[in-house]
Design a binder for this molecule. Structure first.
Ligand code: HEM
Length: 437
């Protein structure tokens, strides 16, 4: 690791991590949400407390909202700069830009879509959008269902009884689909899954140095791999998203190679690091509600709404950050320019003003789809339709193929705070004979 990496970490993560640890020790709930591992398993009571503090709550170094209306307003506002790890002080932000290495940029650094604004954002996003229109996604539905069945065939063939639904199914389905969309060889998917987990650490505000080293090393490997792959696709173009982006880059749209690599990394990572959580989070919720699962089996048309309810109830992305570019007035309180605001998507999705009995999981909830799990405004998730299709198909096919599925041990949660999901979830395909389910 170079001095430059150390400087980048200090500015981007180290200082905010220190601030949040100090705030946490002082009992500031907003800092604790980020810094205290005890709030990771079940952050929902803390979200309720923050909502009770007001539509906009202020902690020592950071403000937060778990109020649906205020969260929506902030996500749609032009005044607020997006970016999972924004730096509040302009001088430090400029220094950070100067020390960042183009071949070590992570998915949260500009020019990643989630960290840039118009007009660069509009130009880059337009190039990727074509691959993710509703029509383009609908055309993938047979492939997704075929893949779900292939993966379950493989699980059945191993015949070992218990299987880890995350490793052998929920993660493999989205990584295969997004690799095919982008034109990344299937043989690379195990490596990408491993690197993707490390790259995703970059989303965590206040990430510790040891995690930064893993995340930074993974980003560098992605850059090196994409460098070679892009060069090959330039020589031998193919019919996939990356090849189309390269043609656009070399044509009128004039994308730089850095923009190409970072966009490809973001789409690849976002394409599976989140959907694995959605599929995984759905399983225990449905197993804990057998009446609702039976209804879905009888009326499979209900699956898409069931997935919206999983997105609302156990949001795979729990929060995002925004920073006001200028002094702003929100929900009757003032926010000075540069003040970081945590938008608690998972908390806004449990706001009783919008979702009655918000802690109840109800796959037939009439307005489940109004959740903010995919954000709102110009950064609204580009892959939302794909994620919906993958999760509705993956869960329906899983429960059709294994009607007596049950948990065979305690599922293990991921340690991340932004991404909420499981790393392992042992399932047994059949009920044990003579044992009460
Ligand atoms: C359950 C699955 C998913 C969830 C919960 C999710 C959630 C989100 C959220 C919350 C944001 C916006 C963050 C912000 O406003 O700061 C976002 C942006 C994004 N997502 Fe997803 N996502 C999912 C799946 C996917 C998939 C499958 C793709 C694949 C293409 C994808 C690609 C992106 C991209 C490229 C952006 C950046 C868009 C922009 O800034 O313009 N996501 N996602």
């Amino acid at each position: 690791m170079t001095m430059r990496s150390m400087a980048v970490w200090t500015i981007q993560y180290g200082l905010s991590g220190l601030g949040m640890r100090i705030g946490s020790r002082r009992g500031d709930l907003i800092s604790r949400l980020v810094a205290d591992p005890r709030l990771r398993e079940d952050p929902f009571p803390a979200y309720d407390e923050i909502r009770a503090m007001g539509a906009m709550a202020h902690g020592s170094f950071i403000s937060a909202t778990a109020n649906y209306a205020t969260a929506t307003e902030l996500l749609r506002s032009d005044i607020f700069q997006a970016g999972p790890t924004p730096v509040p002080f302009p001088r430090l932000a400029r220094l950070l830009d100067a020390v960042r290495e183009p071949r070590a940029l992570s998915v949260v650094d500009p020019p990643s879509l989630i960290a840039i604004s118009a007009p660069q954002h509009t130009r880059l996003r337009r190039l990727v959008t074509r691959a993710f229109t509703a029509r383009a996604i609908a055309a993938l539905s047979k492939r997704v269902e075929g893949l779900a069945n292939e993966l379950l065939d493989r699980i059945e063939a191993t015949n070992s009884g218990t299987f880890d639904v995350i490793g052998s199914y929920a993660a493999l389905l989205p990584v295969t689909v997004i690799a095919e969309i982008l034109g990344v060889p299937a043989g690379m998917r195990d490596l990408f899954r491993e690197l993707g987990d490390d790259v995703a650490l970059a989303l965590e505000p206040g990430m510790p140095w040891r995690d930064y080293r893993r995340s930074d090393a993974a980003s560098r490997r992605f850059h090196a791999w994409f460098d070679e792959h892009i060069a090959r696709l330039r020589r031998e173009p193919e019919d996939n998203l990356l090849s189309h982006m390269i043609q656009a880059a070399d044509g009128a749209d004039r994308l730089t190679d850095t923009e190409l690599r970072v966009t490809a990394m973001l789409v690849l990572g976002a394409g599976f690091e989140t959907t694995v959580n959605l599929i995984g989070n759905a399983v225990p919720l449905l197993l804990a509600n057998p009446g609702q699962l039976d209804r879905l089996r009888r009326e499979p048309a209900g699956w898409p709404n069931a997935i919206e309810e999983v997105l609302r109830h156990d949001s795979p992305v729990q929060f995002t950050l925004r920073i006001p570019r200028e002094d702003a007035e929100v929900a009757g309180t003032s926010l000075p320019a540069g003040r970081p605001v945590l938008i608690l998507l998972g908390g806004a999705n449990r706001d009783p003003a919008v979702f009655p009995d918000p802690n109840v999981f109800d796959t037939a909830r009439a307005n489940a789809r109004e959740h903010l799990a995919f954000s709102s405004g110009v950064h609204f998730c580009l892959g939302a339709q794909l994620a919906r299709l993958e999760a509705a198909t993956a869960t329906r096919v899983l429960f059709e193929r294994f009607p007596d599925l049950r948990l065979d041990g305690r599922p293990v949660r991921r340690g991340n705070r932004v991404l909420r999901g499981y790393t392992h979830m042992p399932l047994a395909p059949q009920a044990r004979v003579g044992v009460e389910p």
